[in-house]
Design a protein around this ligand. Structure first.
Ligand code: ASP
Length: 451
């Protein structure tokens, strides 16, 4: 058995947490790769190391010396090293590493920012490997450049390059525990590049796929994934098993347990992802798998997300114009806008997009072109749209789920602006006004989980 384990920032926030995660690694000899985030918040008011590093990089980019910001970073690492009773040489290494990074040219601010941000994970991995060695265990810090974590040169939003996989597979030959810093890798030209925020989840998934691990364990601070956002419903139903597809749908509408891009590498290789709680390691957590065997209800999860808008258009005899939708989508593509859903009627079509992308400026250009180039007769934009989705593989085999959901929402007085069901039939999406979003989620939860 070979397992890759990723530990999030809250699992590494201080020495006590680091001891816990090392105990978790050591309690199962098949846990061979340990992907670490940067230390996270110790208390609600605390600041994550990554945010301290961003403040430091911004100070330097703006022409300040950033001495206070650098001290904050060194103090965080210093207090962890002291509590773990590590050799002073480790802090000297970390301090040297920080100074080397800061000596780099910051005229390319994105490149500089990524190099500084990556210091959180990189130095955390050095500390954790140092601690494991100090207690007599076989462990090593892995340098992502040497290991072959090659990424596209897209600062702050990198993607893994296919040639990284066979190189990373060599990790299996390392003895003991390999401590691998999450969140960043190197471009082919040797620059440090990071994934988007929360990207250590992606590192873990890539390493699980590359090493063909039996399981990718993602250790965080919740016992499981829940059927609904626990901020909306107290003691929500825990999900023991969920498919990649279901998880993807729920993540899309706001489930934030895993980074949105993190499932893909594991999904391609069919590696189960196990969400676990560092603070309650005996809980089995949630298994994310290709095919489910356990179904304890027709709906697996319910999610809602604000921040959407719809572009609605109609034209008499639209259905007879070959290639009409293609032309609409081409206009969106010309403006670099990706769309989310496209419900249609006989002579009408709506495009659902994220409001962040469909800015008022883009709206002006696009609606102008729709009228001028495609002869659209009526065009309107609704900027007050949230989407609420119910997700469940079992829905495809069950008659009446949409009716039950629509009925529950209508009884609750929620007007449905849009209804959309994909061909996979594992989710149904409702478009509602933003102010109804949380209320609609709660009503649907009552209908499917509390009756
Ligand atoms: N430390 C990075 C962040 O805060 C990456 C991660 O934790 O996954 O975004």
């Amino acid at each position: 058995m070979y397992k890759v384990c990723k530990f999030g920032g809250s699992s590494l926030a201080n020495a006590e947490q680091i001891r816990k995660v090392c105990d978790i690694m050591l309690s199962d000899p098949s846990r061979r790769v340990m992907v670490v985030s940067a230390p996270g918040k110790r208390t609600r008011e605390d600041t994550k190391v990554t945010d301290l590093l961003i403040a430091l990089a911004n100070a330097r980019i703006s022409g300040y010396d950033g001495a206070a910001e650098l001290q904050d970073v060194l103090d965080r690492f210093g207090s962890i090293a002291a509590e773990l009773e590590l050799d002073a040489a480790i802090m000297a290494d970390i301090s040297l590493d920080m100074n080397t990074r800061l000596c780099q040219d910051c005229s390319n601010s994105l490149r500089f920012m990524d190099s500084i941000k990556a210091a959180g994970e990189d130095n955390c991995a050095r500390l954790v490997a140092g601690y494991l060695k100090s207690i007599g265990r076989t462990a090593s810090y892995v340098d992502p450049r040497v290991a072959g974590m090659f990424l596209t040169e897209e600062y702050g939003n990198a993607q893994v390059l296919p040639e990284a996989y066979p190189l990373l597979a060599r990790l299996r030959q390392n003895p003991g525990i390999s401590v691998f810093p999450g969140f960043f890798g190197y471009s082919k030209s040797g620059q440090v590049v990071t994934f988007s925020r929360g990207g250590s989840d992606i590192t873990g998934s890539i390493l699980a796929a590359a090493t063909e691990a039996q399981t990718y364990e993602n250790w965080t601070d919740v016992d499981s994934v829940y059927s609904v956002n626990p901020a909306l419903i107290s003691n929500p139903h825990p999900i023991m098993e969920i498919t990649y597809d279901e998880m993807r749908e729920l993540a899309y509408a706001g489930f934030t347990v895993l980074h949105e891009e993190a499932l893909l590498p594991a999904y391609r290789k069919g590696i189960p992802v196990n969400i676990r709680n560092t603070n309650n390691p005996t809980a089995r957590g949630t298994m994310i798998v290709r095919n489910r065997v356990n179904f304890d209800g027709v709906v697996t999860g319910i999610a809602g997300a604000k921040g959407f808008c719809s572009l609605n258009m109609s034209k008499y005899l639209m259905n007879r114009e070959v290639g009409f939708a293609l032309k609409v989508l081409q206009i969106l593509a010309d403006e670099q806008i990706s769309f989310e859903h496209m419900p249609s009627g006989i002579d009408s079509l709506s495009i659902i997009m994220r409001k962040d992308y469909f800015t008022p400026d883009k709206e002006k250009i696009i609606t102008g072109r729709l009228v001028a180039e495609l002869g659209i007769e009526k065009v309107s934009v609704n900027r007050n749209l949230a989407i609420v989705i119910i997700v469940g593989e079992a829905m495809a085999r069950t008659v009446g789920v949409t009716a039950r959901a629509a009925n529950a929402l209508s009884k609750a007085g929620v007007n449905l602006e849009i209804i959309n069901q994909g061909s996979s039939e594992i989710s149904v999406m409702f478009g509602v006004r933003e102010e109804y979003c949380n209320y609609a989620v709660k009503e649907l939860y009552k209908e499917f989980f509390q009756r």
